[in-house]
Design a protein. Structure first.
Lengths: 237, 617
């Protein structure tokens, strides 16, 4: 059992295991903090800056990203001060300039009382939360995609902007994207992610296409089991 | 060089070198710092050497190519010793004359002397020149006395004495205490106490511990770290050795940008020679202390000067910062306790050990001790690197050392602390420069860039320039910095184009605060400074752009027109000749005109008119 620490969030006294983040502790206590780049399956990243909270330790009050900052004894956390809300409002307005349509962003904007962004709409779609890149690296373990460029030219990209050789077409990036901007479709035994095609495997028993071939090859490789083992769909096993 | 095995052997070697040198022997020192090299001073060095050969003076006259002397405005610089004669703007072909006249015959070459612009007096010696006289060149001054590739030169001026002292019985804790007492604060921007950082790293659990020299200087116009690395790499190594001993580290890194080839070369040579001598490696001077240094070249991303991004870069990942809720002193490079300090800070260490914390404390202000090197650039007569005691006023730096504003123009502001510093107006010229005073007026020490601006500088344009730089250099990881600085730049651009809206200033101020509060690292958290500080002190200029669609300084192209005053125009045709688009036309000795449809507002006519007939409005 991890050592417990006690802190207050918005005046509420809370006990949480040492080593958990403020965001985790708040979520466990049913206190809502908006966030976009944080995902409990991934290492803390702290990039979207929506989950900023104001903390007081000793005399000094400062803003920290609640998805990274770990709880500590005597910590006072405020999730809704004017300073915090100003950062969130700016962040959501900036993100709306990249994507002013997606319901997930509109919902957070509504909660913050932001009706529309005052910045010119650039409609890039992707909000660069990095969940796709981090999932591909940390969960899937293949790092098929990454970031390219820096600053405002930053984007999600494949190596050399070509078909990513490491991609196993698992679709995790598509699944994890909070604003659903990575296109994926399946047609005639081919899965297409972004603009790249991946052939699907037919089940040895029922003959239905059920998984990308490269994904099954990857399973075989990491489990050290023969490929045939994976060439039957879950339903037919 | 033979390996030295004990502190005593190193001491003996120092003495031996010192004694073998005749202080009366003529020595010609040519500045081969980056500034003078661009004037061609390498050629001058070659010419001096060839001339020495030719006149059979080899062994009788020394020729030394040294690092930067700081007075870049007047380069190439040559100093003749033992008389300490200072020549400036030396022609590349002047070598023969200098040797014949000055070195052999003791004759002064008048035209190469510095002329005091105020008194019109010719000045013979370096230390009598106002530019140098008001400085306190404790760290930077040694540059002129050594050839950066000669370890012997460094030993001859007492180099590595601090290392000897430390390894000769000072406990690591005592070394830390000395640095703490001295009050040395980081020269790279943060201004955190170096001693406290050392202590935290020493006490942090985990081995190995690393130390890093941050030589990723990237501010436009700042080049003091570069010049220290190029001119006196040994002092930095010595500082690092002492730090490593105090912290208990056996590996150090120097992260230097690859765009500084001479710095990379000189520090590499210095490291190699230190290994050869046995002051890097295993069991240094028989003390049982092991330490070695690796040089890592950075790819030139500004954000890699941020310590967590720098660490990521050394580890081979992309240079993106991480949240610093756990300091590098706890978990830094490869998650091990790491101390990271900037070049100039490391160079201060031997000084403190040699002369003592009490002596060091006597220089500077209450909370900022010692000296600081500033890169004095922009609209200033004496461009160069200046080292001054903390607490000196901006006025002294700009007027006494810098020689004021060229062409008698009016001082408007000085941007201190690099792109994310702040612009300080004339009303604060008597500000005593130190870490806290600069923060108080909305600027910062930063790395020590000082860009002087005159009355022909548009402050909105300046803010836009720095914002553009920061927009390009943002790594793009966090939203406020990546998107916020970008959007802020678009607003500023609109304002300079005459499309500003009344509410823009309110928006900018609100954004600025939220970007500072919300950004992940120091780059974003300081990025709005140039905008907020210009808005604080020059709000009327922003308002003139927005409300009156007017650029008071006559800079923003969309808001200005060039016309010719028929009363003043003499018809000299200079403007017509220089105009790149044939907008300025007219016959000889007749009043010229500017065709507004053709004019691209480059300002060439305005700059070239000797009769002030070209007007900006």
């Amino acid at each position: 059992m991890a050592e417990m620490v006690s802190l207050t969030i918005d005046g509420l006294k809370i006990h949480a295991p040492a080593g958990t983040t403020i965001l985790e502790a708040a979520t466990d206590a049913n206190i809502y903090i908006p966030h976009l780049c944080s995902n409990e399956e991934l290492a803390p990243y702290g990039a979207c800056r929506l989950c900023m909270v104001e903390i007081t330790q000793g005399e000094r009050a400062r803003l920290v990203a609640s998805c990274i900052f770990e709880v500590a004894d005597g910590l006072e956390v405020k999730t809704n001060t004017e300073r915090v809300l100003n950062v969130r409002r700016l962040v959501i307005e900036l993100l709306l300039a990249r994507n002013n349509k997606h319901p997930a962003l509109r919902k957070i904007a509504d909660e913050l009382g932001v009706k529309e962004t005052r910045f010119p709409i650039e409609q890039k779609g992707c909000i660069l939360c990095g969940q796709c890149v981090r999932t591909c690296r940390e969960v899937v373990g293949v790092s098929a995609i990454g970031f390219s460029g820096r600053g405002i030219t930053r984007k999600i990209a494949t190596p050399f902007m070509e078909s990513p050789p490491n991609c196993i077409a698992c679709g995790s990036c598509v699944y994890v994207c909070p604003v659903q901007v990575i296109p994926m479709k399946e047609e005639n035994g081919v899965r297409t992610i972004m603009k790249y095609d991946y052939p699907m495997q037919k089940c040895r028993k029922c003959g239905q296409y059920f998984a990308p071939k490269k994904q099954l090859e990857y399973f075989s490789k990491i489990t050290n089991l023969p490929l045939e083992h994976f060439e039957t769909c879950v339903d037919c096993r | 060089m033979k390996k030295v095995k004990t502190a005593q052997e190193l001491k003996n070697l120092q003495e031996e070198i010192k004694n073998s040198r005749d202080p009366e022997k003529p020595c010609i020192t040519i500045c081969a710092g980056t500034g003078c090299l661009t004037y061609g001073s390498q050629k001058l060095v070659d010419n001096f050497r060839a001339e020495i050969e030719k006149q059979n003076l080899k062994g009788k006259v020394e020729v030394r190519a040294s690092g930067c002397h700081g007075f870049c405005e007047r380069g190439p610089l040559v100093v003749i010793n033992p008389q300490n004669i200072f020549y400036q703007r030396v022609g590349l072909d002047d070598a023969e004359e200098i040797i014949k006249e000055t070195v052999l015959n003791g004759q002064i070459i008048d035209r190469l002397l510095y002329v005091d612009p105020v008194t019109q007096e010719k000045i013979l010696h370096e230390d009598e020149i106002p530019f140098y006289k008001r400085q306190m060149r404790l760290v930077f001054g040694m540059n002129g006395n050594i050839d950066p590739n000669s370890l012997e030169d460094y030993l001859a001026i007492g180099g590595y004495s601090a290392l000897i002292k430390v390894l000769n019985g000072m406990e690591p804790e005592a070394v830390i205490e000395e640095i703490k007492t001295a009050g040395l604060r980081g020269r790279g921007g943060g201004g955190f106490s170096m001693g406290l950082k050392w202590e935290a790293t020493r006490k942090a659990p985990g081995l190995p511990k690393y130390i890093i020299c941050n030589a990723d200087e990237g501010d436009p116009g700042a080049y003091m770290d570069r010049s220290l690395l190029e001119g006196n790499p040994y002092s930095i190594l010595e500082g690092m050795l002492i730090g490593a001993y105090a912290i208990g580290s056996d590996t150090g890194y120097i992260y230097v940008r690859n765009e500084y080839p001479l710095a990379v070369k000189n520090i590499t040579i210095a490291v190699d020679k230190a290994r050869e001598l046995g002051i890097l490696g295993k069991d240094i001077l028989g003390s049982g202390f092991d330490f070695d240094v690796l040089i890592v070249r950075g790819g030139g991303a500004f954000v890699c000067g941020e310590e967590t991004a720098l660490i990521a870069s050394i580890e081979g990942r992309s240079g993106e910062p991480r949240a610093k809720y756990v300091f590098p002193s706890e978990r830094g490079l490869y998650n091990k306790p790491t101390n990271i300090n900037n070049v100039e800070t490391w160079a201060n260490v031997p000084l403190i050990i040699n002369k003592g914390a009490e002596w060091y404390r006597s220089i500077g202000t209450e909370n900022s001790k010692g000296t600081k090197i500033f890169a004095l650039v922009g609209k200033i007569n004496n461009t160069g690197l200046v080292e001054v005691p903390m607490g000196i006023t901006l006025r002294e730096i700009v007027y006494d050392i810098g020689g004021g504003i060229p062409k008698g123009r009016k001082f408007k502001a000085v941007q201190v602390g690099g792109p994310s510093g702040g612009c300080i107006p004339e009303s604060h010229l008597d500000l005593q420069v130190d870490f806290d005073a600069l923060s108080k007026v909305g600027s910062m020490m930063g790395s020590g860039g000082m860009i002087v601006m005159d009355d022909r500088t548009c402050m909105v344009d300046v803010a836009l320039y720095f914002l553009k730089f920061l927009e390009e250099e943002s790594c793009g990881k966090c939203t406020p910095c990546r998107e916020g600085v970008h959007q802020m730049r678009l607003i500023l651009e609109r304002i300079t184009e005459g499309n500003g809206k009344e509410e823009d200033l309110k928006t900018i101020e609100w954004m600025g605060k939220a970007i500072i509060d919300g950004s992940l690292c120091g780059l974003g958290a300081t990025a709005p400074n140039p905008v907020l500080s210009t808005l604080r002190y020059f709000r009327d200029e922003y308002e003139a752009h927005i409300k009156e669609k007017r650029c008071p300084a006559g800079v923003c192209k969309a808001l200005i027109t060039y016309t010719i005053d028929p009363e003043l125009c003499t018809g000299c045709m200079v403007c017509a000749k220089i105009c790149p688009v044939e907008a300025a036309t007219g016959e000889k000795k007749e009043v010229h005109t500017i065709d507004q449809d053709k004019c691209i507002k480059c300002g060439a006519c305005f700059e070239s008119c000797k009769f002030d007939a070209v007007k900006v409005s």
